[in-house]
Design a binder for this molecule. Structure first.
Ligand code: OAD
Length: 258
């Protein structure tokens, strides 16, 4: 690791240990090291250079497309987004530990993979929904995710309705209760860490626009809010969170001795 990285990590650890209310705002880059693709990375992002069944991923993930071609949407969803074998990675575990130690108030995630919850994080706002929440569009019954994953074509409820995955599609508004929770968290926090997100979707921009405290960006590429950031650390999530976790553990040991 180079000197600049080490210096920035020292600063990040200092900010975390001095903040009153820290919120992590995360995106797909938190989960690529768990084997899930992100959306906008140049080569591997789902939105780049790829067509699925003759359509772009962006088009498939829209409400309009879901209504017109549900079968294609479900095929795409099952093969590209719904990876039930994915496991939380070091960054997810580091954040769960930070919450347990009182160093992190909450996580707002744009990912629907529930990997933060599986790593042990308790206060998580799923801004774009959650793949484990599947309900029938007709009767509202909840269904196990495996029913969606392991069926052919469109998953149907016993009542004949389509079982709808609990993710937010383009053209839909996120759950108002979740938005309200996110707005409240951001209003209360003095340190906001945006990690593994390009910050290019409008809902992220609108939420973060309201924030007046210290903004840290952790990402291996440029983001839409780099100009506004107080600290930017470039690198892989695993490297950054491993270096941060080491420093926070040391801080915890040192303060316990005092
Ligand atoms: P993006 O794909 O737009 O951004 C992910 C960012 O993470 C990119 O800038 C990558 O360079 C970076 N990245 C990837 N892997 C990384 C790693 N291991 N370490 C460090 N950085 C890494 O994903 P989001 O910003 O999450 O919405 O996208 C936001 C929303 O756009 C998604 O929730 C999805 C999409 O449309 C819906 O599906 C509603």
């Amino acid at each position: 690791m180079n000197e600049e990285f080490e210096r920035k990590l020292d600063e990040l650890a200092r900010l975390v240990t001095h903040a009153k209310h820290t919120v992590l705002f995360g995106g797909a880059g938190m989960s690529t090291e768990s084997g899930l693709a992100d959306f906008r990375s140049a080569v591997s992002g789902l939105y780049n250079n790829k067509e699925f069944y003759g359509y772009s991923a962006e088009r498939i993930l829209s409400r309009e497309f879901f209504e017109e071609h549900p079968e294609i949407m479900f095929n795409f969803y099952r093969t590209e987004l719904l990876n039930l074998d994915a496991r939380p990675n070091l960054a997810h575990f580091a954040l769960a530990w930070m919450e347990e130690k009182g160093m992190l108030s909450s996580i707002i995630t744009q990912n629907g993979d529930a990997l933060h919850q599986r790593a042990g994080s308790r206060k998580v706002f799923d801004l774009h929904g959650n793949v484990y929440k599947n309900t029938c569009l007709k009767c509202g019954k909840s269904h196990d995710v495996r029913r969606v994953k392991y069926c052919e074509g469109i998953p149907y409820c016993e009542c004949g309705g389509i079982i709808r995955p609990g993710i937010v599609l383009f053209g839909e508004t996120p759950d108002p209760d979740v938005i309200f929770g996110c707005v409240r968290e951001i209003a209360q926090c003095d340190l906001l860490i945006a990690a593994g997100t390009s910050l290019r979707v409008s809902s992220a921009g609108r939420l973060l626009d309201r924030f007046k405290g210290t903004l840290v960006i952790l990402n291996n590429d440029e983001t839409a809010l780099d100009d506004r950031a107080d600290l930017i650390v470039r690198g892989k999530m695993g490297e950054i969170f491993s270096a941060l976790w080491e420093r926070l553990k040391k801080y915890e040991r040192d303060t316990a001795r005092d």
